[in-house]
Ligand binder design. Structure first.
Ligand code: SF4
Length: 179
């Protein structure tokens, strides 16, 4: 294929479980590789997303770096996709939204069971934590949502093949899960 579809992926405040589920398409990855080339993703060494057809975002937004990466994807991807519960509604990381940030930091780094050398990290290189974890649609416009924690490999396959073959993506009812 002369012009391959360019796809970028990233994980913001996520656990990489959605990426692992994507890899579960197994040997179908070879079919995909015939028509797709990967830009920024865990299988390339590309640091910044460049012009892409599709951007897949796992995870919500918990710090300033997540905001920067998400905006970079929005600026460079024609189609931006929220992949999984964390990207769609904040997911597990957003459980901290009910607790003041200072209390979370104290519990994790000062007062928690088993903490040694209590000290809240403050290196200037660390991205600034946001007070809340946000779903990605609160920061940028999102074109499609793939539900699930994680979405199954078949969801990735159906969604991507629909897009690549020029159809409006449509998931059959049995593939739509929110767990
Ligand atoms: Fe991990 Fe589930 Fe969040 Fe995906 S949606 S990043 S699998 S916790």
């Amino acid at each position: 294929m002369a012009n391959k579809i360019r796809v970028a992926t990233t994980s913001l405040a996520g656990c990489f479980g959605c990426h692992m589920s994507f890899l579960d398409i197994d040997e179908r990855m070879l079919q995909l590789a015939e028509v797709v080339e990967f830009d920024r993703s865990p299988i390339t060494d590309i640091e910044h997303c460049t012009n892409c057809d599709i951007g897949l975002i796992e995870g919500g937004v918990c710090n300033s770096e997540n905001v920067h990466v998400l905006r970079e994807f929005r600026n460079n991807c024609k189609i931006l996709v929220a992949v999984g519960a964390c990207a769609i509604n904040g997911g597990l990381p957003a459980m901290r939204n009910h607790i003041p940030l200072e209390e979370c930091l104290n519990e994790a780094y000062l007062d928690g069971i088993g903490v040694e050398n209590p000290k809240i990290p403050s290196d200037i290189e660390l991205p600034l934590l946001l007070n809340q974890v946000h779903p990605i649609h609160e920061i940028v416009k999102i074109d499609y949502y793939l539900p699930g924690c994680p979405p199954s490999a078949d969801v990735f396959w159906k969604f991507l093949t629909d897009l690549i073959e020029g159809r409006e993506p449509s998931l059959p009812y049995e593939l739509v899960h929110y767990d």
